[in-house]
Design a protein around this ligand. Structure first.
Ligand code: ADP
Ligand code: MG
Length: 222
């Protein structure tokens, strides 16, 4: 199963003097949900973007299944091995639910017809039934939009799912439903799920919790 490790990772934004991450060591494993909690500005989003290969560490290294990201083709890594889910869903507004899910499959060269069949199955698996596949995001509830975003994240076959405040825009019922989907993906299907959250209830249901403060992990609960 997928394992992502950060070893002594530091990061500083170009226009900033302060380190956004300093000497971070942590590990994320397939089959489990790891939460990252901490006050605003503590480095949670920065940590996710380093893990997603969107930013490169200033020092230290990120290893996926033992291989350093610095030795990999990062475009390919981002396309095939890691997916992100956001607080504000970030669905394409002019594409239907199904088209949102099929989009990356088609970019990855899967025939339109096959992408549609697979996309529909993935949508069903997160509780979006056929009647809703042709709806545009604006005609879906927040909870439904986040399920579509999860389906889209699954469509590339990536085993590492990074979620930045995935329940932040949802009421508690829909938030719990989204978290229970992420838990099932980790526990039953072996995905490596990482959730940044302000919600302590969400954190408590995860397998590992990292607490961040000032760019460092200050406490870990396994
Ligand atoms: P969190 O997600 O925990 O709220 P961030 O990772 O967004 O924290 O931010 C960590 C630190 O990096 C903060 O001090 C923030 O101000 C700074 N930061 C974030 N993004 C940028 C950016 N694009 N340019 C400069 N500084 C940034
Ligand atoms: Mg953030």
């Amino acid at each position: 199963m997928t394992e992502l490790k950060l070893e002594n990772v530091s990061y500083r934004y170009k226009n900033s003097e302060q380190q956004a991450l300093s000497n971070v060591y942590c590990k994320f494993s397939g089959g489990s949900v790891t939460s990252i909690v901490g006050p605003s500005g503590s480095g949670k989003t920065t940590l996710l973007s380093i893990m997603a290969g969107l930013d490169k560490p200033l020092s230290g290294q990120v290893l996926i299944d033992g291989e350093s990201l610095s030795t990999l083709d990062l475009d390919k890594y981002r396309r095939e091995r890691v997916s992100m889910i956001f607080q504000a869903f970030h669905l394409f507004p002019l594409l239907t639910a199904l088209e949102n899910v099929c989009f990356s499959m088609e970019i990855n060269g899967i025939a339109k017809k096959d992408a549609k069949i697979r996309g529909a199955k993935i949508l069903e698996s997160v509780g979006i039934n056929a009647e809703k596949h042709k709806r545009y995001p604006s005609n879906l509830s927040g909870g439904e939009q986040q399920r579509v975003a999860i389906a889209r994240a699954l469509s590339s076959g990536a085993r590492l799912l990074l979620a930045d405040e995935p329940t932040g825009s949802l009421d508690s019922t829909n938030g719990e439903a989204v978290i229970s989907i992420l838990r099932r993906l980790a526990h039953e299907e072996g995905y490596c799920v990482v959730v940044v959250t302000h919600n302590l209830k969400v954190a408590e249901t995860s397998d590992v919790i990292y607490h961040m403060s000032d760019g460092a992990i200050i406490h870990q609960k396994a």
